[in-house]
Design a protein around this ligand. Sequence first.
Ligand code: ZN
Length: 353
Amino acid sequence: MKTDRIQFAGDVPGIQVEMRVLRFAGTDATAPTAYLQSSLHGAELPGQAALHFLIPMLQKAADEGRIKGNITLVPQANPVASNQWQSHQHLGRFDFFSGVNFNRNFPLLENFDTSALPEPDAPVSLDKRIKAMLVRLALKHEIVLDLHCDDESENYLYVHENYAEDLRDLATALRSTAILAGDSTVSAAFEEACVNPLLHMKASERDMRRRAVTTVEFRGLNDVNPATGLADAQGLYRFLVHRGVVDDASSQLGEPFSGPIAPFSRVEMIRAPQGGMVLYHVALGDIVKKGDLLATIVPVPGEPESDIQLCAPQAGRVLTHRSLRYLRRGDDVMKLIGDEPSAQAKPAGSLEA
Ligand SMILES: [Zn+2]
């Protein structure tokens, strides 16, 4: 394994950050190549834990000559978000200066030529230079896995709808319960920036048996422990073997993914009509019927008549909760994968801010 440390000057004198990039060289130039990054949102650690356990597995494979395709790993993809603490709380989702989500506004290229992107010493702000570097690193690879997590959540994937069916094997390997399929790149999330050149290729030129571009939501923020880290690493390893990036005859993909492939239009974003405490009546993974009680918002403790009951707008499966049980008016309370399109579905774009 080769380790590079890419230095970025900060936007003011005296500040500098570093990005650690790990590389395993493949022995077979015809094998697919893979890029994995985690913690683009700073403290989203399940992916970081998975890479922590995956890297020794890859090192063992390298020692035994079983790495076929080049592999690049960036376990801490965003040093700015990682360092974003305020008053003893970690934030890490939005750039302090611009207010922009760190996983939005990536450069959308129409091909794989990254030569025009800003270099680490270019005269543009640090967030743009970091984003350019991540895209530059990723677009050299056919498999791009951006490892995130939700708040409290099941394990699921975000994929462009054109390629959702092609990632059943990843969902199988990772034991994901759902694939959410988006239909645009308007948010310019990292995954969308990496899928954009594919959308501009002729179908005959792209071999989707070799390619995979996705955002992995490895459950919730606090699902960080040795057991899940190791299990997720084993899932990533199974996928890399299945796709021929790593050679290991003993690795099996497992029972085929049987969950839903749901367009964003089927995701019910349940929102808080008023601020207050939220009490959940359903657990992650629960199957609910239309009208079932999902959560109660309590704006005035001790006055049950002010309680607001949030019921399922349609039948579906509970995908996420909020970990902080105190919400503002209009906040997302939970995601429910509905059986039908949601009456509230947006025409395009990401589900969350
Ligand atoms: Zn994230």
